[in-house]
Design a protein around this ligand. Structure first.
Ligand SMILES: [Fe+2]
Length: 396
């Protein structure tokens, strides 16, 4: 199915364009009067049976079908409560988010440094930096999410901790957590890997697969982090739980306790998902980063065993059909990097344009807000996510 008769956001389908299974047919029927099937991508004979099954009496070649599929009035957001990310405003948001990230990162570095030196730990400033991130993400998460794309293989741990915190807060907010709950979740997410200060660096930085013994040593970081932060004092119990249990998985195969299903609290599963997503989209000594949308597809296929199907689907809804940092080609063939998305207009992200329709690079920054453009009656629509060559098209 290549196209629906309504915005994808009005349906439970996670991705634009998918292969129909028998279960999908009923869901399609309940949400759509007709859909478009790309026969070129279908198995032989699939087109006719899919059309018979799905098309509830509407001829897909009819004017009605065509007019509903054609780029008509853009999807109107049901409410508008935030300022549009024009370039000046977005720069202000990015500057504030950079400062917030820097503070949080310094706190992680300081806590880990003090652990290594055997000093007593002060977690109060970590809490303050998380409160600032909660404030930023609650107001507008776009800049904080955008900056999660700036990764550095050599300073992986502290950047990863801040990224996991930002993803966990954004997702926690999406799941309806209250401000205090978000702060406790954020403290746990920011400090989730501090136990790795006890892991020998030659194991942490090993290229290639770990032996069983080495993996057993790595696994200790969850319990070690919990003990360290428990003894430090001042860390809320729910945050301690995140530090101890962020590798627990709903199939019972996680560690250190082997918890199952609902025995793993929601905030812990949120942190585990945020941790996994950031690790998948980061360069490591033993793997290259996946693109954001490859990571989401992989989570969609396999994530239910680890985090529960419902939560994975909510994460994909939260992060977006065009995740921040993904590279999108428009229907006029211009190319841009997604710098912001809004929950109420997920098909119309804001792009930093990097290539003109003629294929030439832009010589200055051009920010294109597709939702605002649609309201003005102009229609550039994302056609597909493209895979940039590694190291190119990345944000500066
Ligand atoms: Fe971990």
């Amino acid at each position: 199915v290549a196209e629906l008769d309504r915005p994808w956001t009005d349906t439970p389908f996670m991705f634009q364009g998918f292969q129909v299974t028998a279960e999908d047919i009923e869901t399609l029927r309940s949400h759509c009067r007709f859909v478009y099937v790309d026969l070129g991508l279908s198995e032989p004979g699939a087109g006719r049976s899919a059309r018979q099954a799905v098309n509830a009496g509407v001829d897909a070649s009819s004017d009605e079908a065509r007019s509903r599929i054609a780029p008509g009035p853009a999807y109107e957001a049901p409410f508008q409560h935030r300022r549009e990310p024009d370039e000046g405003h977005f720069r202000e948001l990015v500057a504030a988010a950079e400062a917030g990230r820097c503070q949080a990162r310094n706190e992680v570095d300081r806590v880990m440094h003090d652990i290594r030196l055997g000093r007593s730990l002060d977690t109060e400033r970590a809490r303050e930096s998380v409160e600032e991130l909660v404030h930023q993400v609650s107001a507008d998460s776009s800049a904080a999410l955008w900056l999660t794309n700036l990764k550095n293989r050599d300073e992986y741990t502290s950047i990863h901790c801040v990224n996991v915190c930002v993803f966990a807060l954004t997702f926690g907010l999406h799941m309806g957590l209250e401000r205090d709950e978000l702060t406790r979740l954020g403290i746990g997410a920011l400090l989730h890997d501090v136990g790795k200060t006890k892991t020998p660096p030659e194991i942490l930085n090993k290229q290639g697969a770990l032996t069983d013994e080495e993996f057993e040593i790595v696994k200790r970081h969850a319990e070690d982090g919990y003990q360290l932060m428990y003894e430090a004092g001042g860390v809320p119990e729910q945050a301690l739980e995140v530090i101890r249990c962020h590798h627990e998985r709903v199939n019972g195969k996680g560690y250190p306790l082997g918890l199952r299903g609902e025995d793993i609290p929601l905030r812990v599963r949120i942190s585990g998902l945020a941790d996994t997503y950031d690790a998948m989209t980061s360069d490591r000594t033993y793997q290259n980063a996946m693109s954001a949308d490859d990571a989401l597809h992989k989570l969609y296929r396999n994530g239910a065993h680890f985090f529960g199907e419902g939560l994975v689907q909510e994460f994909i809804r939260c992060v977006g059909i065009f995740p921040v940092g993904s590279v999108v080609e428009l229907d006029n063939t211009a190319v841009g990097v997604v710098v912001a998305t809004r929950a109420d207009a997920r098909l119309q992200p804001t792009l930093l344009l990097v290539r003109t329709p003629d294929g030439a690079p832009y010589d200055k920054r051009v920010l294109l807000n597709l939702a605002a453009q649609a309201r003005r009656g102009e229609h550039s629509r994302p056609r597909r996510i493209v895979r940039p060559h590694r190291g190119r098209l990345m944000p500066q």
